[in-house]
Design a protein around this ligand. Structure first.
Ligand code: NAD
Length: 314
């Protein structure tokens, strides 16, 4: 069984490649990545092939996809602030890139496509928890590009009879998530600042909430989806409805590290949503017993990885 992972050198992608290469039924794993935000290091020592290039190039996708049983499409430019700085670049990678992947999946008659949208599509819709049928009100170019990602997948399933599984991820965190660039996500930013003894920078008062999801929970659902060939004509939240505030996240990190952390507050950021929490009923219908890690387990693993890699000094 051959599996292709776009964005396979990125954070979630490389964790998934790692999990897939451990499975006896999976005989070949191919990562496609242009290394724009991903890193070769993430795939070091893994028995996977990397096709280096952009998903915007059909030849790159053709080289990777021939004979694949499933494609997991994670390749994208993440980050709300990045998309505000350069909306066209995010649109090309995320919206046009998805269309290119869908076309390649169709050309190669790949039996299953799993892909990543984002909870950011709910945007300014105030209703919690986020149920998939809620009206999306995206408030950033990134969110619009992810809405296009999932909408194209749903449309291709309908028009061409493709088996797709579009997920909405919610603040995924864990080992191999980049902490060292301007658009880094909140968990790696906090953990690296804490380990380096710098103050934690909070945008706003810190009472904004997120449904933090450990990457191991995400990859185990995707692995199960591949092995059982799960598909869905509609988008599915991939999170567990455990909303906590940034201040609660910091308190948990303090418990993991066994010390108090200094926090500095700045102004709220444009494009950020106020609260986020998944309704996971649809996920539970498709995956009745997903492997779910607590925030404590997830933070411990993240701290351990960052410390071990010597990325930061404790
Ligand atoms: P990441 O930046 O670590 O991984 C994305 C990968 O895609 C990178 O390796 C990057 O080099 C690659 N890439 C970007 N543009 C490409 C292109 N044109 N061609 C080929 N490769 C390209 O991000 P991640 O957190 O692992 O995100 C994976 C997916 O999950 C993305 O689609 C993202 O939008 C989605 N998502 C992530 C989160 C999260 O909290 N991490 C939340 C919601 C959705």
């Amino acid at each position: 069984m051959k599996i292709v992972v776009t964005g396979g050198a990125g954070f979630i992608g490389s964790n998934l490649v790692r999990a897939l290469t451990d499975l006896p039924r999976v005989t070949e794993v191919v990562a496609v990545d242009d290394l724009s935000t991903g890193a070769l290091d993430n795939l070091l020592d893994l028995p996977a092939r990397l096709v280096t290039g952009t998903i915007l190039d059909p030849a790159v996708l053709d080289e990777a996809m021939s004979g694949a049983a499933s494609v997991v499409h994670l390749g994208a430019l993440g980050s709300v602030p990045r998309s505000i700085d350069d909306p066209l670049r995010s649109h090309h990678a995320n919206a046009t890139g998805t269309l290119m992947v869908l076309e390649a999946v169709r050309r190669h008659r790949v039996p299953q496509l799993v892909l990543a949208s984002s909870s950011s599509v709910y945007g300014a819709n105030p209703v919690l928890p986020r149920q998939e049928a809620l009206r999306p009100i995206p408030v950033s170019p990134y969110a619009v590009s992810k809405l296009a990602t999932e909408a194209y997948a749903v449309a291709y399933a309908s028009c061409y009879g493709m088996d797709v599984l579009p997920f909405r991820f919610f603040n995924v965190y864990g080992p191999r998530q980049a902490s060292n660039h301007a658009y880094a996500a909140v968990v790696p930013r906090f953990v690296s600042a804490a380990l380096e003894g710098r103050p934690l920078q909070v945008h706003g008062d810190g009472t904004q909430t997120r449904d933090f999801t450990y990457v191991g929970s995400v990859t185990s659902v995707i692995v199960e989806a591949i092995l059982r060939r799960v598909s869905s004509p509609d988008v599915v939240n991939l999170a567990f409805g455990a909303r906590i505030s940034l201040l609660e996240l910091i308190a948990e990190l303090e418990r993991v590290l066994g010390r108090r952390l200094e926090v500095v507050h700045g102004p709220p950021r444009a494009g950020d949503v106020r609260d986020s929490q998944a309704d996971c009923s649809r996920l539970r219908e498709l995956f009745p017993a997903p492997r779910r890690y607590s925030i404590r387990e997830g933070l411990e693993a993240t701290v351990a990885w960052m410390s071990q890699r010597g990325l930061v000094r404790r």
